[in-house]
Design a protein. Sequence first.
Length: 358
Amino acid sequence: MTGKNPGITRIIPGYILRLFLFPFAGPARRPVRPSLCLLLACVLLSACTGHPGTNANRYITWESLEPDSWASVWLIKRHIDPQAEIVLRPVGAPAHNGIAFGIPGAKYQRTRDLSVYESLRQAYHEDDPALREIGRIIHDIEIMPWANRTSKYSSRVEQAFRQLQDDFDARVVPVDCYGRFFDVVYDLVAQEGAAPDWKRLYGIAGTDPACRTTGSTLAKRDLSPFVQRLDTGVVLDHIAADKKVVFVDVREPAEYAEFHIPGAVNIPLRDLTPDMKQKFADADLVIPYCIKDFRGFEMARSLAELGLHNVGIMQPYGIAGWRHLGLPITRRGVLSEQAALARLSQCAHAGSCLAHPS
């Protein structure tokens, strides 16, 4: 299935179709000159791309650690357009001359209720039951991690994805290895009447040739510096000792406004600049986070590359882990910033923050 275009019949006005397809139809209609037919053909071809001025087989996104991003790359290459050229650019880089996805302002992007993967799958009418199931898995992991799971496979896939990144130090997972990961996920969820063999997914890093590539693609990628993973209790101990702990929420402003860790500053990944090192120079500990720290790790890695050594991410991961532990959350219309900060400080100094995890 190559070069699908969603809703093409909706974007070509009927009268243009009639002019182009039936230039001599009707007794009173004058013949349309060949040059006009050629012009109309160009208009139609431009409309077929749905992306004026772009390469219809070139897809562009920012490099990411998130399952949603890699599942979307896999979906495009394996099912939407096998001939596609997919470009992974640094966070914040321009996405012109191609079809952007998974970045702010793109036609296909994550919303409050929809993953990038699902945005693509629905737009291109990919209705394979296994692809729909993968959509539910990504939704559970990325969109509603604390709600009731819509797929019985979500926890397994998330654990295996995390293990894959741990096996490779996250940033150096070969691109083809991510592709094989979702190949196997597809095979497992597509089985009917048989229990999935999850060992295939958990062992992919050490057994699949795609995960052992040493080609030029891997050599051109930056290796991640070490980013410490701190137990949340350690972070709370820093707060109890009156150390300056700065939480950096790397989600989008709308997500941050809805709820966040008390006192967190909102800095999306694309807004990272070299002067951030000075911004956090007096902090004892800097903790970037997102929902489950795929983006949080990216921010921590970038800050470490700028020379910030007191940076790390929490375990359990992100605000989902924080919330699971029952820790205070600033929530619009529920708990104010001041009240949430007071509650966090109080339980940290009393050593009772983790006494009653949810």
